[in-house]
Every structure is written in C-alpha cells, then in structure tokens.
Design a protein around this ligand. Structure first.
Ligand code: UD1
Length: 431
C-alpha cells in the first residue's frame, strides 16, 4: 500500500499554485447534467472524488469528455438511467448532488446513500425535507435514496440547520420547479455561490446566493455553458498553515484572498505575517507562534475543513490554545496520532481540544484518519524533527491534487513509496 515518507524540519518556502475547488466542482458536475447541451467546466481538480463522480455520471449515459486533465465537457442529453450506484460512489459524500439534479430534470432519482469521511453522523434529513417541500416523495431502501415527483412547485423552505449540501441540492431541484422557491437559513460558502453562478450561466434564475436567503424562479430549460471553477479555499488554507507550522515563507497563488480572510486573520493572531495580493496570499512565519482560540462555524466563520490544520499550527505555538468544533461531532480522531509526535492535546467532551504548545514535534509512524486530518498530519511531519511515515494516503488523494509534488516544490522532503524498503532507501538518499 502506498504511503508517504517524510523527513521533517525544513521550512517550506517558495510559491505554490492552487487548483479548482473540489467541493464546488462536485456540485457543478452534477448540475451540468441538467442541460441537454454541451457544458464545459474548466479548472476541475484531478482528485479521486472528482473522478469518481465523473465515472458515476458517465454510467447514467451522459456524455463525459475529459478534454484534458482540468477540463471536461458534459452533456446530459444522452442520459438513460436515473440510478447512481457503484462501490466508489458509496464511499463519497457528494454523489447526493445527483439527487437534486435528476429530481429537478427527470422528477426521479435513485442514488446510493452517501458515505464520505467519518467525521460525524452526517444525516441528509435537510436535503429530503427540501425535496419533499417542493412536492417530492422520498424513501430510503436497501441503502439507496429514492426521490420522485409528479411535479415540483416552488415553496418557502426554512432549513433547520445550515447545510452546504442541502442548500446546493435543493437549489438545483428548485431551478426546474414551477414558480418561486425561497430558501432560508442557507449555507453561504463560496462553493454555494459558485454553483448558483454556474446554474445562472445555464439560464437559471437564482438570486441571493452568498446571503442567508436564496430566491429561485423556476425555468423549463437550461442551456450549455463554459464555466471555470473557483480556486479551492481549503487547499489554499492547507498550504498557508503548512507555511506557518514549518516557520516558512510561502506565496499561495491562484486564490481569492477574500475567501481566505478567516484563515489569514487567525494566522495573524498566531504571529504570522500575511500579505494579500490580487490573486495570491503570502504567509511568512519568522517569529514565535502564539496560542489562540479557534471555533469552527459556517462561512464566513472558520471552516471545519481547516480545523485539523490549524490545530497542528497551535500544537507548536507558545501557550494554551483551544479549538472548538461546532459542525461535526467526530473530528478529533487525528489527535491521538499527533500526540504520538509529542504534542500535548486533550479533547474535552468530543468537541473541544485543549492544546498546550510544545517546542517541537517528533517524527512518528502515522495513519491518516480522514481527508483533511491526513493533510494536517503530513504538515506536522514536515515540521517535525526526524522522519515520519503517513499511511492511508488514499484519503488525502481524494481532495489534494499533486500534494507531494507541491510540497516538494516548496522544499519539503517527502516521497510516495509502497514499501518500508523503499522508504528506507529514500531516507538514506537524503542523508
Ligand atoms: C460539505 C463539504 C465538507 C464540509 C462541510 C461543512 C462537500 C462535498 N463537502 O459537507 O467538506 O466539511 O460541507 O463545511 O461539499 N446536517 C444535518 N442534516 C442534513 C445535512 C447536514 O443535520 O441534512 C448537519 C451535518 O451533520 C453537519 C452540518 O449540518 O453537522 C453541516 O453539514 P453540511 O454543511 O451539510 O456538510 P456536507 O454538505 O456534508
């Protein structure tokens, strides 16, 4: 099994370019089948979650032409099957977007129950509540979610919790509902706005994405488009925090600095210098890192998908920090791994980590528990004194394109190997 071998202790320096946002692209790909014309999507990241969804879309009969590594042309005109199920789609979360897209267009969809990282119970009740309000019947049978409707009518829907997935899913279905739908208490994440902009570029009439209320006037037809995915906020944040924990100096390019403000301001509190340019941010961590408090919140709050990465920075900051997770209940599984590197972190009540900063991390043998925590462990290993192995890297490859190459470009000593023997050889070469 592939693993990463890492020799830590070198500051990351230089420039790195960020790819398209995985979570936005997943929504866009599903939404693209709602037109019966060619839809070109550019700047898609080449990561396994995206490739899994593209395979599932191709299985429905839709045209999927991978023009090159980062551009794809889809066409929903040839869809024959409204059933989305394969062993891979069951492992990811975003397959559920096919529910909203197909319910809107065909008034019928059957999709395997979503999986994804095991960071909490991750129910889909708000998705189903929204579909039902629009007039659909929903049921779950044999691990498949089934939604069907004779007709969809616009409604006033108030979500009980702020959910990125439910907002995007119900918004997609409502594009083809008769009349006006008003969605309240919606998610405001950049990828919600991106999916709305994408659908509008296909002829949808969506207003208010990025605020608490989204208004959708139903249409009967969507047309083709040519659209470029926004940059990935979480990939960018990961490299920003990697610069901080290794006491480096990294310029993160191809980003929208506004989407990174919550991360930039935390890094400044911690003692880093963060410079913002039109489409880049530079993080310089010269001085000592200081403790702070972090609380995850829906956008524009601090993203839960950056929680493990900021915790790694705080693990080596002077003083006692707290990190409170308010979105998912099971997102501290990486703490046990980090503590084997010499950190002093305790988790109280499952939702709050108390982090007493230590002067340095020690290399260790680590297992990635999920996507973002996996990336955080790699950051910790790059900062640590000594050598580390990170196993279960498939999680990381779900969401980060060329992660190892990008870290190497910044001076990180890291390689993908498939045996202990290869790991030893790599480390010997570094000596
Ligand atoms: C998306 C992101 C994920 C990110 C999360 C929060 C994708 C593919 N994944 O996940 O990376 O961590 O947003 O920013 O875009 N909830 C319910 N009922 C529902 C739906 C959600 O109670 O029907 C709860 C969840 O358990 C969680 C909270 O709402 O506590 C937020 O979840 P949600 O925003 O839906 O996350 P995802 O869309 O699954």
């Amino acid at each position: 099994m592939d693993q990463f071998v890492i020799r830590g202790g070198r500051p990351l320096t230089g420039e790195v370019a960020i790819g398209g946002a995985k979570n936005a692209a997943l929504g866009l790909l599903a939404a693209s089948i709602m037109a019966d014309e060619p839809v070109i999507i550019r700047n898609i990241p080449d990561v396994s979650d995206i490739n899994t969804l593209l395979d599932a879309i191709a299985d429905t009969g839709a045209g999927v032409d991978r023009m090159n590594r980062h551009e794809v042309c889809l066409n929903g005109a040839t869809i024959r099957s409204y059933v989305v199920d394969n062993s891979y789609i069951r492992k990811m979360r975003a397959g559920y977007y096919m529910l909203g897209a197909m319910l809107g267009k065909y008034h019928y969809a059957e999709v395997a129950l979503p999986g994804g990282c095991t960071i909490g119970s991750r129910p889909i009740d708000q998705h189903l509540k929204g579909f039902e309000a629009l007039g659909a019947r929903t049921s779950i049978r044999n691990s498949m979610v089934l939604v069907e409707a004779e007709r969809l009518r616009g409604q006033h829907i108030y979500f009980d919790s702020v959910s990125v997935g439910a907002t995007i899913n119900v918004m997609m279905a409502a594009v083809y509902a008769q009349g006006r739908t008003v969605l309240e208490n919606v998610a405001k994440e950049p990828h919600v706005v991106d999916v709305a902009n994408f659908l509008n570029s296909m002829g949808a009439r969506i207003k208010g994405a990025g605020t608490d209320v989204i208004r959708i006037d139903g249409v009967t037809r969507l047309h083709g488009t040519d659209y470029t995915v926004i940059p990935d906020q979480i990939e960018a944040g990961t490299f920003m925090t990697a610069a901080a924990v290794t006491h480096g100096d990294v310029t993160v390019r191809n980003v929208i600095p506004k989407h990174l403000e919550c991360i930039s301001s935390k890094l400044r509190e911690i003692g880093c210098r963060v410079e913002e340019y039109d489409d880049a941010v530079r993080v310089i961590a010269e001085g000592p890192l200081k403790a702070t408090r972090v609380r995850t919140l829906p956008y524009p709050g601090f993203p839960t998908d950056m929680q493990p990465q900021i915790a790694v920075v705080l693990a080596v900051a002077q003083g006692t920090s707290t990190v409170t997770e308010t979105i998912f209940e099971n997102r501290f599984k990486y703490v046990a791994e980090l503590n084997r590197m010499g950190t002093n972190i305790s988790v109280e009540g499952g939702s709050r980590a108390v982090i007493i900063g230590v002067p340095e991390l020690k290399g260790a043998s680590l297992v990635a528990p999920d996507l973002r925590a996996g990336a955080a462990l790699v950051m910790a290993a790059l900062a640590a004194n000594g050598d580390s192995i990170v196993e279960e890297i498939g999680y990381i490859q779900r969401g980060y394109e060329d992660f190892v190459d990008k870290m190497k470009q910044l001076g990180g000593v890291i390689e993908t190997v498939d045996s202990e023997e290869e790991a030893r050889k790599f480390l010997l070469k570094q000596a």
